[in-house]
Ligand binder design. Sequence first.
Ligand code: LEU
Length: 514
Amino acid sequence: MAEKSDAWGSRVGLILAMAGNAVGLGNFLRFPVQAVQNGGGAFIIPYLICFLVMGIPLLFIEWSSGRFGGKFGNHSTPYILDSMVKGRVLKYIGVFGIFTNLAVAAYYCYIESWTMSYVFHSIGGTFVGMSQADVAAFFGNYVDISHSTTGIPYEAVVFYVICLVINTYILSKGLKGIEKVAKIGMPLLILFGAVLAIKGLTLGDSGASEIFPDANAWDGLNFLWTPQYSSLLDLKVWMAAAGQIFFTLSVGMGTVHCYAAYLEEKDDVALNAVSAGFMNEFVEVVLGSLIVVPIAAGYLGLDWVIQNAGFGMAFQTMPYLFQQWGPALAMIAGVLWFGLLFFAGITSSLAMGTPWIGFMRDEFGWNQNKGAWSFGFIALILGLPTVIFFQEGVFDEYDYWAGTVSLVVFAMLETILFSWVFGMEKGWPAITNGADIKVPIIYKYIIKFVTPVMLIVIFVGSLFKPKDNDWSGNLSNLFSGNSWVLDNGSIIKTITHAGIREQIALATDPSVIA
Ligand code: LEU
């Protein structure tokens, strides 16, 4: 246990840093894809409900746990959890959270490094005159590290290392450094996003071509934003919505606790948590919906978007679509788009460094500098396999285990711990003391009953995810006496040898990556 050695400079800085932690690549790359793959407007209602009954409660839990632990001079999840309930096991749960951050940071910074590189390629005019297939092939060459797209050998590795060094350097400056990046990065991100969103909104059918005569940007937007009630009983959509809420709010990792540990005992957590959470939702639902999907629908048509929605759209399709605006505007759009992604990414990856640095301080008394550089070094060692063996599916494995499964497990354990072991008698004041808003009392019961039950259902659901994610079909199969067929992406199947082999086969299938 160490003394409080650092502090947030201002409330605005804290909220922007927390919002920056949440606003990330997931808002612009993951949300639109999840929404399209789950029926557009059919996704939005389960998503908003998950935000209210799982996202907000988890934010309350994590902010208040952090402030509670910080009172005793703790800065890391193992020590914060230990200050709430004594017991060795809890420390181990906290340590598990630290490893999640290291592993997520490792592959997350790799995507962040692509955005840096793509800013330079946009400025340098690399994509000028390229066909859609050329732009997609460029990405394939980029991640195949033996190729060079600029003449720099091992370019993807070089950008990755530079990106990690930038993160590490900022982290070595402590909270002041993080706060400064958030104060610059968040407004710029919103500005860049707003400019691109206006373009997406005003595109209409002007991008329609002979190949896609029906293309219209508004179709993309209407598809995402027109609520559909038919899917409210589809468990697949609920699971996807819940997964997106975890990822986008950065809960279940320990980063929120560690930022909140630097609060004073009298500081508000309730309003801060809600403000940062809503800021993330604004960026996700409004800006995240208004860029990739409408612009792609405006040129290639909604059907194309539905068939091709995937993570690759951002890097494999957008640079090509920007070219339709002429070289000068394409360059500006490229800088805005990849610049926005970079700011979104770095404000999240910086947060992933704080649990490790805090733990080294709590456990060994390490200073900020030593903590930061050791974090950068470990992330590099963990990340290199994702860079070198990207096409062999290592990246996807990290994303699955660290970026998906671990978040659910940690969130489930911490919620049970907070509501039932620490107990709501202490938990409710931990949330409401010093609050600048009146937290509706209903949240006391949501946190105690609804959130843990939902998390347990989601965890069990991902253990037994049915084949092709077809919940209704498998449930009726089960009730008619047939067996439940597991999907390759279910946790149980994935930990079996065959599951891993099948996953790698899928990941190495070029048609899947494209
Ligand atoms: N909240 C971040 C995002 O939306 C992800 C998290 C895992 C750090 O990108």
